[in-house]
Ligand binder design. Structure first.
Ligand SMILES: NC(=O)c1ccc[n+]([C@@H]2O[C@H](COP(=O)([O-])OP(=O)(O)OC[C@H]3O[C@@H](n4cnc5c(N)ncnc54)[C@H](O)[C@@H]3O)[C@@H](O)[C@H]2O)c1
Length: 348
C-alpha cells in the first residue's frame, strides 16, 4: 500500500444535508492532496442526488462505507444527536474522523466517544471552522504575545435570526433529543468555542434561558455571566429570535489593549504601540446572522487541511477530541445553571 505521505487522502461524507456541500466543496478545493470518494445517507435518494452533483459514488449503507478500503477519513454531517453513534462505529472501523459541531450533545455521548477513540490510531477532529480564520488566528497570537496584558473581560454576543420555517425544515431542529439545545448549542457553539480558545478556561457560569418566540422545545434566547479561571469575567449571549439579527460580536479587553471581532473579522484593534501595523479593520462580509448557509468554505477547507497534515505527520489536529469537547462542556454547564437556577462550576 502506498503510504499517506505519497498518495491523496480519501474522504467519504456521511449525511448529505445543508452542511455536507461545504465539506464536499472544501475537499474538492484540496484536490492536490485529497479526493472525495463517496457519500452515504439514510435517505438513499438524497445521497444519489448529492453524488450526481459532486461526481462521486454512493455507498448504500453506513456499514458499506465503513468497511470499504477506499475510504481513509469520514466527514460526519448527520444531525447533532446522531454524531456519537456514527463516530463510535467509524472509530471501530479504523477510519479517521471529522465530525461536525457539536461533536456530541450529552456528557455520556462525549465519554463514549472518548472510550471508542482511546488507544486507537485514528485522528478525530471536531469542526470549529472559525478558529481557522485570519481574524481569530491574529487575535490568538496577539493574546499569546501578551499584547492585551491581563485579560479582564471576554464576551460573546450572538443575536441571530432563525425563522420558524428554519426550525420546521427538519424534524430534528429545535429538539432537545437531537439538536441537544437551541440557540446556544446549535448556533452559539462557535462563539463559545472561540471565547474559551482566546480568553482561556472557564471557572463558572450563571445563566438565564427562555423560549420567547419560536415554537421549539429548547431555548431561543439565553444569557450567561461567566467567570474565567484567570479571574476575568464575561457574558455569553445567544439568541435566534431577534429581528433582523446582527453579526456575532466578540470582545476581549485587557489592561493594555482590546480587540473586537464581528464574526471572524477584526473590527477594533486598540493596543498601545501595536506592532501589527498591517492590521486592516473591516466589517464581516459573510455572516449567518439570518441565513444559515451564509458560511465560507475556506474555513472548513483550512480545518480539513489541518487534519490531512495531522494524518500525514501522525500528530494531533488543532481541534482534537479534548479541544472539541470544551465548548460542549461549557454549554452543558450553562444549561444546567439555567435549569437549576444556580452558579455551576465547570470542574464539578
Ligand atoms: N459548522 C457549521 O457552521 C455548521 C453549519 C450547519 C450545520 N452544522 C452541523 O452539521 C450537522 C448537520 O446539519 P445540517 O443542517 O446539514 O442537517 P440536515 O438535516 O440538513 O442534514 C442531515 C442529513 O443527515 C442524514 N442522516 C441522518 N441520520 C443519518 C445517519 N445515521 N447516517 C447517514 N445519514 C444520516 C439526513 O437524512 C440528512 O440528509 C449538525 O450537527 C449541525 O450542527 C454545522
Amino acid at each position: 500500500m502506498v503510504g499517506f505521505m505519497k498518495r491523496k487522502i480519501r474522504f467519504g461524507i456521511i449525511g448529505c444535508g445543508v452542511i455536507a456541500d461545504f465539506h464536499a466543496n472544501a475537499i474538492m478545493e484540496l484536490q492536490d492532496e485529497a479526493i472525495l470518494v463517496g457519500v452515504t445517507d439514510v435517505v438513499y435518494d438524497a445521497a444519489e442526488k448529492f453524488s450526481k452533483r459532486h461526481g462521486i459514488r454512493v455507498f448504500a449503507t453506513l456499514e458499506e462505507m465503513l468497511s470499504s478500503s477506499e475510504i481513509d477519513v469520514v466527514n460526519i454531517c448527520t444531525p447533532s444527536g446522531y454524531h456519537a453513534e456514527v463516530v463510535i462505529k467509524a472509530a471501530k472501523a479504523g477510519k479517521h474522523i471529522i465530525v461536525e459541531k457539536p461533536m456530541a450533545i450529552t456528557k455520556e455521548q462525549l465519554d463514549s466517544i472518548e472510550d471508542a477513540c482511546r488507544d486507537s490510531n485514528i485522528i478525530l477532529s471536531s469542526i470549529s471552522q472559525n478558529r481557522f480564520s485570519r481574524g481569530v488566528t491574529i487575535t490568538r497570537r496577539a493574546i499569546e504575545e501578551g499584547l492585551l496584558g491581563r485579560i479582564l473581560c471576554a464576551d460573546i454576543y450572538m443575536k441571530y435570526n432563525r425563522t420558524q420555517e428554519y426550525y420546521d425544515s427538519g424534524s430534528w431542529r429545535g429538539t432537545k433529543r437531537v439538536d441537544g439545545g437551541g440557540a446556544l448549542m446549535n448556533q452559539g457553539i462557535h462563539g463559545v468555542d472561540l471565547i474559551q480558545y482566546l480568553a482561556g478556561s472557564l471557572k463558572s457560569v450563571y445563566a438565564l434561558s427562555k423560549t420567547l418566540v419560536r415554537r421549539i422545545e429548547v431555548e431561543d434566547t439565553l444569557s450567561a455571566v461567566v467567570e474565567y479561571k484567570s479571574g476575568a469575567i464575561g457574558v455569553i449571549q445567544a439568541t435566534t429570535s431577534v429581528y433582523p439579527g446582527y453579526p456575532r460580536r466578540l470582545e476581549i479587553n485587557g489592561e493594555k489593549g482590546s480587540i473586537a471581532l464581528e464574526e471572524t473579522s477584526i473590527v477594533r484593534w486598540d493596543i498601545d504601540n501595536s506592532k501589527y501595523e498591517d492590521i486592516v479593520l473591516q466589517p464581516s462580509f459573510i455572516s449567518s446572522t439570518a441565513t444559515p448557509t451564509a458560511l465560507s468554505t475556506a474555513e472548513h477547507r483550512n480545518q480539513i487541511s489541518d487534519v490531512i497534515r495531522a494524518i500525514k505527520t501522525k500528530t494531533k489536529p488543532l481541534i482534537d477530541f479534548e479541544e472539541g469537547r470544551k465548548a460542549v462542556d461549557i454549554i452543558l454547564a450553562i444549561y444546567k445553571s439555567a435549569e437549576e437556577k444556580r452558579t455551576v462550576f465547570l470542574d464539578d
